[in-house]
Write a protein of this length. Structure first.
Length: 208
C-alpha cells in the first residue's frame, strides 16, 4: 500500500487558546478505499518535510479549508508548510493532488490571480469536464469563495463551471492535478473520484 502525505486545516479554538491541525476522518476512509495509506502532516514546514522523507511518502494531497493568506486567510503556517511541500514534491517529481484550497494554491504559485466568485457554495453543482477531446457534464459539490476564470502555463484547465470558473487543472509537465470539489464529502464515494485518485498516485485500477 503506497503512503501518501496529506495536509491538514488549521482550526483556531479561541476558548482553549489553541491552533489545531485537523482532518475530516472521511479522507482516511477514502484513501484506504483507493489502496492508499495516509500520512497526516502537521503545519510545520521542516517537520512535515522530515516526515515525508522518513516515511517514504510517494505523493501529496493538499486538502481544503483555510483561505490562502493572500485571500485574507489566518493560517500563515499552513501556507508556509504547503509551499515547502510543493517545492519538495516538484523537485522529486512526486504526484500531487490539490483539492479546493489546494488547487487555489497551485494556481497562485502559477501567478494566476484568485478573485471572489459567487454561487460556488453548494452540495450540487454542474460542471463540464474535457477528456480526450470529448466534453462531459457531471454534478459535483462546491465549497469555495475564491476562484478564477483563466488558466495559463504550466497549468491547463480541464473542467469549468457554467459561469466559466475553472474547476480542475493539470500541470503540463509535472504529475500535478487540481480539483475544486471535495471527493471526501460524497457518501458513498464516487467511482470517478476514486479512479482519479488511483490515476494520480498510480494505484492499480483493479485494487478494490
Amino acid at each position: 500500500m503506497k503512503t501518501v502525505a496529506i495536509t491538514q486545516r488549521v482550526a483556531v479554538v479561541s476558548d482553549h487558546g489553541e491552533r489545531r491541525d485537523c482532518l475530516d476522518q472521511a479522507w482516511s476512509q477514502l484513501l484506504a478505499a483507493c489502496g492508499l495509506r495516509p500520512l497526516l502532516l502537521p503545519n510545520s514546514p521542516q517537520l512535515a518535510l522530515h516526515l515525508c522523507r522518513d516515511f517514504g511518502a510517494l505523493g501529496l494531497i493538499l486538502t481544503g479549508g483555510n483561505d490562502l493568506v493572500s485571500c485574507g486567510g489566518d493560517a500563515p503556517e499552513r501556507d508556509a508548510t504547503e509551499h515547502a511541500l510543493l517545492d519538495f514534491t516538484e523537485s522529486a517529481r512526486l504526484p500531487v493532488l490539490g483539492v479546493c484550497r489546494g488547487m487555489q494554491l497551485l494556481q497562485a504559485r502559477a501567478g494566476i490571480a484568485l478573485v471572489r466568485v459567487a454561487g460556488h457554495v453548494s452540495p450540487r453543482q454542474t460542471i463540464h469536464i474535457e477528456s480526450d477531446g470529448a466534453r462531459e457534464t457531471v454534478t459535483v459539490n462546491s465549497y469555495h469563495h475564491f476562484g478564477t476564470r483563466e488558466s495559463r502555463a504550466p497549468l491547463a484547465s480541464w473542467a469549468q463551471a457554467d459561469d466559466g470558473v475553472v474547476k480542475a487543472v493539470r500541470h503540463e509537465s509535472l504529475p500535478i492535478t487540481g480539483i475544486m470539489w471535495h471527493p471526501e464529502r460524497f457518501q458513498p464515494f464516487r467511482a470517478a473520484d476514486m479512479a482519479l485518485l488511483k490515476q494520480c498516485f498510480e494505484v492499480d485500477p483493479c485494487v478494490p
